[in-house]
Design a protein around this ligand. Structure first.
Ligand code: IMP
Length: 206
């Protein structure tokens, strides 16, 4: 795999999700990296047509690297519920509909999980970070992939107003607070995004 350091460079965060942008910017803050978002550059959001988190992360990062000529970092992530065979998974954002109504999506997750297997509340979050380098002449973009995961359980009713998305209905293993109740630093110490980010930083931020 092709390796270069990102320290001292400008990169694009290939996401239009404000919650993810905030968390990734917080994780990158200690490093000397100039960060711009896809939205700042007026880049369009590509359709997430992949069948896996990896496919979708690469689709987003490749599109932003090609359009901007800068290294681009994308996150594809979601909640996987055991009783639902891993759903909503790559469809986590879609379950919230065009209004991005995560209270409604969380209620659907809980209702369907209870109907499928009321005793099984196991769930995990997945995050795949893809860093795509802009194409060299005559080449295609080259991408590095960093997967992350955090295991835990669903909690109901939703707890806390921190974070975003499904945070209020997820509690990581060994914790007493939901992700929605945790302070950002505490979530960053254990989250799926932090797990992926630690692999990314070991490879590309030293
Ligand atoms: P996508 O990666 O743009 O397809 O969207 C992933 C969706 O998964 C987000 O919109 C959230 O609903 C959910 N998700 C991903 N990471 C988190 C997290 O850290 N907390 C809560 N929800 C998350």
């Amino acid at each position: 795999m092709h390796r270069r350091s990102l320290v001292g460079r400008k990169i694009v965060l290939a996401s239009h999700n404000p919650g993810k942008l905030r968390e990734i910017a917080e994780l990158l803050a200690p490093y000397q990296i100039e960060v711009v978002s896809a939205g700042d550059l007026g880049l369009k959001e590509p359709d997430e047509t992949g069948a896996t988190f990896i496919d979708n992360a690469v689709i987003k990062a490749e599109a932003a690297a090609v359009a901007s000529g800068l290294p681009a970092l994308a996150d594809d992530s979601g909640l996987a519920v055991d009783a639902l065979g891993g759903a909503p998974g790559i469809h986590s954002a879609r379950w919230a509909g065009p209004a991005k109504d995560f209270a409604m999506a969380s209620e659907r997750v809980w209702r369907e999980a209870q109907a499928a297997d009321a005793k099984n509340i196991a769930a995990h979050f997945v995050c795949v970070l893809a860093l795509c380098w802009p194409a060299l002449p005559l080449g295609a973009p080259v991408c590095d992939i960093f997967p992350g995961r955090v295991d835990g359980t669903l909690v109901w009713p939703p707890r806390g107003t921190n974070g975003f998305g499904y945070d209020p209905i997820f509690m990581a293993r060994g914790q007493t607070l939901s992700f929605g109740e945790m302070q950002p630093d505490a979530k960053h110490a254990i989250s799926h995004r932090a797990d992926a980010f630690n692999k990314f930083s070991a490879a590309l931020l030293s």
